[in-house]
Design a protein around this ligand. Structure first.
Ligand SMILES: *Cc1c(COP(=O)(O)O)cnc(C)c1O
Length: 414
C-alpha cells in the first residue's frame, strides 16, 4: 500500500536523505547551516572575530564536527566549559585556540596546559598553581582573565581585576592573552544593565591596555549570542557565539540575523500503527482516553533520547507534513502520537517523522518551541539530546559523517 515516496513525506526540502544504517531515531546536523550562521555573525560583528562556543558537546550537536565546521567558516577560536571538552577537541586533531571558560579545578590545570588549552583565571590565588602546572608540562600556559561586571558568577571583581592581571603577567610560565566578561541580560528587552556592564568592563580594559606597555594588549571579548546581535562591537576583538551558532535564538524576542537557520532536526520513523476505540487509554497512568475511533502511531523515541516527558499531552510531531499530537505520557524510549484524521489510512510503519527542530513552527516544533512546551529554554532541550541518538552530519543535504555511540566516522556516500 505504500506507493508514496519518502521524499513526498519530508517537510525539509533541503534534504530528502534518510539514513539506512542504525537507529531510525536520529539527529541531522546541517553543517551548511552552521557555516552560514558563523558567516552571518561575522558580517554583523566584524572585524571582531567569532569564538564558536562548543561546550556541552556543541549544545548537543557534537563538538568535533561543529568545531571543524565553525573554524572552516572563519571562526578564530573555540570555547568550551570543561578541560575534558577541550581535550576531546585536541584529540580529534583540532589545533586552533581553545578557551576553557569555567573555573578549572586544581586537578585539571595540568591536563589543560598539556593539551595547549587556554584557561580562564579570575583570582590571584589561582595564578601560582597554574604557573607551576604550566612549567611542569614544559609549556607557556595561555590565560584569559574573567572580569565580573554584574552576572555575579565566575570572575574577578572590577576593582581587583587589574591586580590579578599583573600577577598573571609576572608569573613565570603564564601568558595573559585575553580578558573578558559575560552579560547577565543581553537577551532582555531593556539593555540598560548590559550597557552598564559594557562600561564597567571598559574601565578595566583601559587600565589593562595601558599596563601592557610595549607588549601586545590581550584580546577583549564581551558578547554572547544576544550581545553579538544587538550591540556595537567597536574596539572589541571577539564575540562568543553559542546558541546562535546552532541557528537558535537566545530568547523568542531576539530574532536571528539574515542568513541564519537551525542546524539540527530530530527525526524517526513510525514503528507501529494501531486503531483505538472510544474509551481506550494510552501509555502510563492512562492520561489520554480516545473519545472515538482513532489511529495512533508508535515512535521509537522517548525522554531518554531527549524528548522531554513534560511534552506529554501537549507536544506534537510532523507526520506526513501534518501536526500529530502526543497522546498520553512520553515514556523512556517510546511515545505514541495521534494520526490526523485526513491521513489515517495512509500511515504505515516506516513512515518518516520529524519530531522537533524543524524551522517551521506550523509543521513541527522548533527546539525553542519544545522548550516552551516543556517549561524550559531551547538551550536545555538541545543539550539534553542523548548520546544514544546518532548524529548524522550533512553537507549539501548529503551525509558526510556519523557520530554514533561516541564514535565519529566519515560517511562515504554511495
Ligand atoms: C555559554 C557561554 C556563552 C555562549 O552563550 P550563548 O547565549 O549561547 O551565545 C558565552 N560566554 C560564556 C562565558 C558562556 O558561558
Amino acid at each position: 500500500m505504500r506507493d508514496r515516496s519518502i521524499r513526498e513525506w519530508d517537510d525539509r526540502p533541503e534534504t530528502d536523505w534518510w539514513p539506512d544504517v542504525g537507529r531510525d531515531t536520529h539527529a541531522t546536523i546541517d553543517l551548511d547551516a552552521i557555516a552560514g550562521n558563523v558567516a552571518a555573525v561575522r558580517r554583523r560583528a566584524g572585524p571582531a572575530q567569532v569564538i564558536a562556543v562548543v561546550k556541552a558537546n556543541a549544545y548537543g550537536h557534537g563538538a568535533v564536527m561543529v568545531g571543524r565546521a565553525a573554524l572552516d567558516a572563519g571562526a578564530g577560536m573555540l570555547a568550551v566549559a570543561t578541560v575534558d571538552e577541550g581535550v576531546e577537541l585536541r584529540e580529534s586533531g583540532i589545533t586552533a585556540p581553545v578557551l576553557v571558560m569555567s573555573a578549572a579545578g586544581p586537578h585539571e590545570v595540568r591536563d589543560a596546559f598539556d593539551a595547549g588549552l587556554t584557561l580562564t583565571l579570575a583570582d590571584a590565588g589561582q595564578v601560582g598553581p597554574a604557573a607551576a602546572a604550566a612549567r611542569g608540562v614544559g609549556r607557556v600556559g595561555e590565560v584569559h582573565l574573567k572580569v565580573e561586571t554584574g552576572m555575579n558568577r565566575y570572575g574577578a571583581p572590577v576593582d581587583a581585576a587589574v591586580g590579578v592581571a599583573a600577577t598573571i603577567r609576572t608569573a613565570d610560565g603564564l601568558r595573559l592573552t585575553g580578558a573578558y566578561t559575560h552579560f547577565a541580560d543581553a537577551d532582555g528587552r531593556d539593555l540598560t544593565f548590559t550597557q552598564e556592564q559594557v562600561e564597567r568592563f571598559g574601565a578595566v580594559r583601559r587600565q589593562l591596555v595601558s599596563a601592557s606597555g610595549d607588549e601586545p594588549a590581550p584580546m577583549f571579548h564581551l558578547s554572547n549570542t544576544a550581545g553579538s546581535f544587538r550591540l556595537d562591537h567597536v574596539g572589541v576583538d571577539a564575540v562568543r557565539l553559542g546558541i546562535g551558532l546552532y541557528g537558535l535564538r537566545p530568547d523568542d524576542s531576539v530574532p536571528l540575523l539574515d542568513g541564519m537557520r537551525p542546524a539540527l532536526a530530530i527525526r524517526t520513523r513510525v514503528a507501529q500503527v494501531r486503531r483505538l476505540s472510544a474509551g481506550d487509554t494510552v501509555s502510563y497512568g492512562r492520561t489520554y482516553t480516545a473519545s472515538g475511533p482513532e489511529t495512533v502511531a508508535l515512535l521509537p523515541i522517548g525522554y531518554a533520547d531527549g524528548l522531554r516527558r513534560a511534552v506529554s499531552g501537549t507536544g506534537w510531531v510532523n507526520l506526513h507534513g501534518q501536526p500529530a499530537p502526543v497522546r498520553g505520557r512520553v515514556c523512556m524510549d517510546q511515545v505514541v502520537v495521534g494520526v490526523p484524521v485526513g491521513i489515517a489510512d495512509g500511515v504505515a510503519a516506516g513512515d518518516p517523522v520529524t519530531v522537533f527542530g524543524a524551522d517551521r513552527e506550523d509543521i513541527a516544533p522548533s527546539i525553542e518551541g519544545v522548550g516552551r512546551l516543556a517549561g524550559t529554554i531551547g538551550y536545555e532541550i538541545a543539550t539534553g539530546i542523548a548520546s544514544r541518538v546518532p548524529r548524522w552530519y550533512l553537507r549539501d543535504g548529503r551525509p558526510v559523517a556519523l557520530l554514533r555511540s561516541g564514535r565519529l566516522t566519515d560517511v562515504i556516500d554511495g
